[in-house]
Ligand binder design. Structure first.
Ligand code: PEP
Ligand code: MN
Length: 346
């Protein structure tokens, strides 16, 4: 942390800053510039608040110079981490992971059909919500545990591992029993009790960026899961809220690049929620892989106009099947690979 003094700060005011640093059992290093004085705080200061210094007279501002997150940081672990969902879906290695499926689990028939559709096109995991965080309280809220059972049946039928959202700490044990990977959605990205609960169970976590979260906040939130003991965190960029209205969210490709720059954790992109419109999804999915993402989360519905949620942003089976070989070509161009089933690859 550094404390920047006002240009007219007196020696007494600088001494009061140094006294507070000593009171915190830390040391100081005073840098006397021609314009102003900066006091560097030396030692384990990560639990101290810069704002404590800002209450002292003569202080212009105080700020951290080190990243506020630790376990997610590349400084903590240099090599990229891989996370495996189920037995076979590795995220963060050379192969690209594609987590695809409907927004909501609607019925057993629907989710099994969806699982076959996405698997035949080359998806590596099945997504589908049983607990749905809906903006409108009167919208379909998900089938809950029955939905989890339907997902388990789809896994049984296709072998695809399942990724599904958990919304409350009390549901974590239940969802963890059925799912291969727990999703924490954008609305819960700063629900720290939920993050801790997800950190205290064995399944990997697909952690979606909060719609109003900075990258710094996102990585600090990821540290909650990691610090609770779960190293298997996959970060997911899914767009943030801005003033722009043409897309549901503003999907940030540079966030994907920046996350890889700062963290060892695997990073995937979700252009379905990122854009909100099916016509934008294929190109943004390609762009997601081109900028180095380790995988994609895509909404695919067998009949989007009749989807119970997020139909407008869902690809239909044909659109998804046509997109996958194109994604494989993009993956290859950035030294990754997206292995497709024989029938699709030909
Ligand atoms: C979802 O994946 O269906 C979902 C609700 O995502 P998000 O939390 O990113 O809105
Ligand atoms: Mn959705």
């Amino acid at each position: 942390m550094i404390v920047v003094m006002n240009p007219e700060a007196t020696k007494e005011q600088i001494d009061r800053v140094i006294d507070l640093i000593h009171h915190m059992d830390l040391k100081e290093h005073v840098i006397q510039g021609t314009e102003l004085t900066v006091v560097a705080v030396i030692g384990e200061d990560h639990k101290k608040e810069p704002s404590q210094f800002e209450t002292l007279p003569g202080v212009q501002k105080a700020m951290r110079v080190l990243e506020p997150y630790k376990l997610a940081s590349k400084k903590f672990k240099k090599e990229r981490s891989t996370v495996t969902i189920g037995e076979s879906c590795v995220i963060g290695g050379k192969d690209i992971a594609v987590i695809a499926g409907p927004c909501s689990v609607e019925s057993e028939e629907q989710i099994i059909k969806s699982a076959h559709i996405v698997k035949e096109a080359g998806a590596t995991a099945l997504r589908g919500g049983a607990f749905k965080p809906r903006t409108n309280p009167y919208s379909f809220q998900g089938h809950g545990e029955d939905g989890l059972k339907m997902l388990a049946a789809a896994r049984e039928a296709t072998g695809l591992p399942i990724v599904t959202e958990v919304m409350t700490p009390t549901d974590v044990a239940l969802v963890s029993r059925y799912a291969d990977c727990l999703q924490i959605g954008t609305r819960n990205a700063q629900n720290y009790k939920l993050l801790e609960a997800a950190g205290d169970q064995p399944k990997p976590v697909l952690f979606k960026r909060g719609m109003a979260m900075t990258i710094d906040e996102f990585l600090q939130a990821a540290d909650y899961i990691l610090a609770a003991g779960n190293p298997n965190v996959i970060l997911c960029e899914r767009g943030i809220r801005t003033f722009e209205k043409f897309s549901r969210n503003t999907y940030s490709l540079s966030a994907i690049v920046e996350l890889h720059h700062r963290t060892h954790l695997p990073v995937v992109g979700d252009p379905s929620h990122g854009t909100g419109h099916a016509h934008l999804v294929p190109d943004m999915a390609k762009a997601t892989l081109a900028c180095g993402a380790d995988g994609l989360a895509l909404e695919v519905h067998h009949d989007p106009p009749h989807a119970w949620s997020d139909g407008a942003q869902s690809l239909n089976p044909q659109q998804f099947a046509e997109l996958m070989p194109l994604l494989a070509r993009v993956a290859e161009s950035v030294d990754r690979s997206l292995p497709l089933p024989q029938a699709v690859g030909q």
